[in-house]
Write a new protein. Structure first.
Length: 223
């Protein structure tokens, strides 16, 4: 207590701020690409038949999983399954729609008020035009306190790491299924992910975006 007294209130405040900063930095960098518990939640691609998948697709999925979550381990295989599974599902479609929820980013489509009906309208219109749409629910945050803290940190940095997870998954499908069209949708804070990913995919003419309710604190940077 005497030592704390010698520091004085400013010193104690500075020490607390420094401690919080160190903890935040450790937390922020504790997941490679912020992707330990993020990815495609619907449809599920936990069990994938690799027999009909070209080796080049599997190899690229392995490399991308290395980039997103590191090499080896259960999570690595989960990401490979998601990538290869989305490839197989997209092969049967004409248009792939990615959904990014608002809030903390862990909601499913059916748990996002308003957007379930919007997506139903989008897919109904596409089907009426003769297309076969595939809807993919992309979740960017793991549930719980740690996931929430990381989401807040990422939001403050314009999702510099989480955008990569979204962009790489779209890029993977665009590269291997170049004749398909892709729509990245976003609601509220999910529009930030969508807009930032579109900035990285702006040279892909078959990638489009639909967004609603962009947060007041976000401003698009013209590139």
């Amino acid at each position: 207590m005497k030592r704390l007294g010698r520091l004085g209130i400013p010193g104690i405040i500075l020490a607390v701020v420094l401690l919080v900063f160190i903890c935040v930095m450790i937390l922020y960098n504790s997941e490679i690409g912020m992707a330990n518990d993020i990815g495609i939640r619907e449809p599920e691609f936990s069990s994938v038949d690799y027999s009909s998948v070209p080796p080049s697709v599997v190899n690229d999925a392995e490399k991308m999983a290395d980039e997103l979550v590191g090499n080896g381990g259960e999570r690595h295989q989960d990401v490979v399954n998601q990538l290869v599974g989305s490839y197989l599902a997209a092969k049967e479609a004409d248009i792939v729609v990615f959904f990014n929820s608002g809030g903390m980013g862990w909601n499913y489509i059916q748990d996002t008020p308003g957007w379930s009906s919007i997506l139903n309208g989008i897919t109904s219109e596409l089907k009426a035009l003769g297309y076969r749409p595939l809807v993919i629910n992309y979740c960017r945050t793991s549930k719980g306190l740690l996931g929430s803290i990381k989401e807040i940190i990422e939001a403050a940095t314009r999702y510099t790491k989480k955008v990569v997870g979204m962009e790489k998954r779209v890029e993977f499908l665009v590269d291997h299924l170049p004749d398909l069209k892709f729509i990245i949708t976003g609601e509220s804070t999910g529009t930030v992910i969508t807009e930032e990913a579109m900035g990285k995919l702006r040279d892909k003419p078959n990638v489009y975006s639909i967004q609603t309710g962009c947060p007041f604190w976000y401003r698009t940077i013209v590139q």
